[in-house]
Ligand binder design. Structure first.
Ligand code: NAI
Length: 685
């Protein structure tokens, strides 16, 4: 056989070892060519059966990441998409039908199609490393686990657990996978040859779900499980916004989890999902996320990342954070979680202690195992004297938002930095050029702007001042990837992208409050549009003092100031953190009354909220705050959660049409004033 993507070997015990190594790629994904080749291998093995078959991956990063999304996005029609699905099903059915024992040896990422191949094997063994994860994330792309996952996973671990994984798209580590019965054994990757041999030469009984889990598949119980799952889904997403989770439930309940059984015109069919705008938007966001990841590739200059050697780039090894407050403390803790040595400086030890405490909580939650938690704690080093400055590859400042104080700190720090080190500021509003004046080498200053809460927000704006060098930008982007965040390069202008677009939206919401609309109604309108959270609740969460400061910074002359916001700030009712803002907060939850939406036109309210954000997005595009429209969209989605199913602000404009939105703006301008004046950038859109 002439194989490009697979390697087949047979050993002295007549065991076959099939290694997946997709040609010309660093990650294993399933294209139709890869699937056809696998099919050929399986036909061969059927003809000349070995004693057993182990399937492995040659890629360091994992077993397989799933279907080739690139190929999926270039499919021209729902028919072609269905053909791709049928092909995968036929090939994985062949794996399942093999007469000898089969085992998938899983390390690193095992997602979507990768998991579905593993599920088609009789056994699964999983590496116990921290980067190993298995899951069916299709729902996040607006599709269903269509290569047998929706059939085999419920069969293996019971429908309730399987639906939970399929509907959230959550991936599980080896421990959890073993507990669920998703894998038969857990062992370090270096022991894979022995583990595979053992399982294939002395095959144990095939895993079956326990009685309780199996019972959820009985007729009658099945309907109950499905309706419970549907209720859970309905709490999070509407069917017209997100059809995929509903389709997954129906696929399992009514069609045995097999996409080939679903009639074409059924809302759960591949055709319906393929033609739904949400699916297009979610897949586009997924590919744009890859674009952001690629922006974080280490540059070619050997001194970037600092201390890196060409070819054996160790990345950033030591970060020094100045300011252990809300942001600096959490940024430091996050970097240590991601394996970097961090020294954390503040004015006094008691200012650093709360950050270390929050770090410990984060590590317990994320790392679980004691020795890993201890390791992360050891990497997070309090450093009141600032000794870390001299050793750090990156010095990140997150002190009070005051240019004078920041300049003072920079002047003290710069002479002590390694010549290769980078200086960064987490400032949300001060232009870098205002800070760079005190520096001998202003080209090494960059903005690295995190969002709050640091552990949850994926996006980081990388801000280029007029003097920041291209290499320093690239290094800052690479650093962002190293700590598993998404870098968005931005021009240094007030609010950068995210706060600038968010601000007029929040402002409009707060002006509606002043007009007497209940906060619940305003929030309901935004959620109805597809925002994950309403603007009033969001403002309370961000902190009304911060909203006030950002609003002041970005306010345009003549725009009205939200009066209730001002009153709350003056009364020190700052939102969630003080227990009272626009809402009263109890145990981190806003106490909401009924939405009172009775006669209110939520759609018109949503237009009024969203239109200023769209207008500002157009302005950002015109001013090249980010490079292009795709980056505006992906930035707003990962920076604020802007209605993902709509694909971001610019996609929202395109979906309804530029002319329509301009009409909305003109009408709003006539009613509410000049703040709705369409930006001059609309013409070029
Ligand atoms: P914070 O007030 O919670 O923390 C500031 C910390 O800096 C305090 O612990 C203070 O003791 C320390 N500090 C002040 N002067 C210092 C000095 N000379 N040397 C060492 N430490 C010093 O402030 P927060 O909210 O963490 O903000 C910090 C920076 O991050 C600001 O530039 C802010 O604009 C930016 N930022 C804030 C966000 C937020 O949501 N709070 C979001 C993104 C950026």
């Amino acid at each position: 056989m002439d194989l490009k993507h697979w390697k087949l070997e047979t050993d002295a015990d007549n065991l076959a070892w099939l290694t997946f190594d997709r040609a010309g790629a660093t990650t294993n994904t399933f294209s139709s060519e890869v699937l056809r080749e696998l099919s050929q291998v399986l036909d061969h093995l059927k003809q000349m059966p070995p004693r057993g078959l182990a399937i492995l991956s040659a890629k360091d990063n994992g077993f397989a990441a799933g279907a080739d999304i690139q190929e999926f996005t270039t499919l021209a029609s729902a028919e072609e998409a269905m053909a791709f699905l049928v092909l995968g099903n036929e090939v994985f059915d062949k794996v399942e039908a093999l007469a000898f024992p089969t085992v998938a040896m899983v390390h690193g990422f095992c997602m979507g199609g990768g998991t579905e191949l593993a599920l088609a094997c009789r056994y699964r063994v999983m590496d116990d490393g921290p980067k190993t994860r298995m899951g069916l994330p299709e729902v996040m792309l607006g599709i269903v686990p269509g290569w047998g996952g929706a059939k085999r996973m419920p069969g293996l671990i019971g429908p309730a657990a399987a639906l939970d994984l399929m509907l959230t798209g959550r991936a599980v580590d080896a421990r959890k996978a073993k507990n669920l019965g998703l894998v038969d054994a857990v062992t370090p990757r270096r022991h894979f040859p022995n583990a595979a041999k053992k399982i294939l030469l002395e095959p144990p009984p095939k895993h079956a779900p326990g009685l309780m889990a199996a019972a959820t598949d009985w007729p009658g119980v099945r309907n109950f499980v499905a309706s419970q799952a549907q209720k859970q889904v309905a709490k999070r997403a509407r069917r017209d916004h997100y059809p995929a989770p509903y389709a997954i439930i129906e696929l399992w309940r009514d069609f045995g989890g097999d996409v080939r059984n679903v009639p074409k015109d059924h809302p759960a069919s591949m055709t319906s999902l393929y033609n739904h705008p949400t699916t297009r938007n979610l897949i586009r966001i997924f590919t744009l996320q890859d674009r952001l990841k690629a922006l974080g590739k280490p540059g070619t200059d050997p001194s970037f990342p600092p201390g890196g050697k060409p070819g054996s780039d160790p990345g950033f090894q030591h970060v020094h954070v100045i300011g252990a407050g809300a942001m600096g403390g959490d940024i430091a803790a996050w970097c240590a979680l991601r394996g970097i040595t961090v020294t954390l400086q503040d004015l006094a030890p008691e200012r650093i202690a709360p950050a270390v405490k929050r770090g410990a909580e984060l590590y317990k939650k994320r790392l679980k195992q004691k020795h890993l938690v201890q390791g992360a704690m050891d990497r997070l080093i309090p450093d009141v004297a600032g000794n870390g400055v001299a050793r750090a590859d990156l010095i990140l400042e997150a002190i009070v938002e005051n240019a004078e104080v920041k300049r003072k700190v920079f002047a003290q720090v710069e002479p002590r930095m390694k010549p290769t080190a980078i200086l960064a500021s987490n400032t949300s509003s001060i232009p870098l050029q205002e800070l760079a004046g005190v520096l001998a080498r202003p080209e090494r200053l960059v903005g690295i702007h995190f969002f709050n809460p640091v552990a949850q927000m994926q996006l980081v704006e990388i801000v280029q001042g007029p003097q920041t060098s291209a290499e320093v930008m690239q290094a800052a982007q690479a650093f962002t990837r190293q700590i598993d965040k998404l870098p968005l390069p931005c021009k240094s202008a007030p609010g950068f992208l995210v706060n600038r677009v968010l601000s007029p939206y929040l402002n409009e919401a707060m002006l509606m409050l002043d007009e007497g609309l209940p906060p619940e109604t305003i929030d309901a309108a935004a959620k109805d549009f597809g925002m994950p959270m309403g603007p009033i609740e969001l403002a309370d969460m961000v902190g009304l003092d911060i909203c006030w400061a950002v609003g002041q910074e970005l306010a345009k002359p003549g725009n009205p100031i939200p009066k209730q916001l001002q009153a709350n700030v003056e009364a020190k009712n700052l939102g969630m953190k003080t227990g009272k803002g626009f809402y009263t907060w109890v145990k981190g939850k806003a106490q909401k009354g009924t939405t009172g939406t009775g006669t209110v036109d939520l759609k018109a309210l949503a237009d009024r909220l969203v239109a200023p954000a769209l207008n500002e997005s157009v302005a950002c595009l015109r001013e090249h705050i980010v490079a292009d429209a795709d980056l505006v969209d992906v930035g707003m989605i990962f920076g604020t959660g802007f209605a993902p199913h709509r694909g971001g602000p610019i996609a929202t404009i395109r979906a309804r049409g530029k002319e329509e939105w301009l009409k909305v703006l003109e009408e709003l301008k006539a009613r509410h004033g000049l703040r709705f004046e369409p930006d001059s950038g609309w013409a070029a859109l």
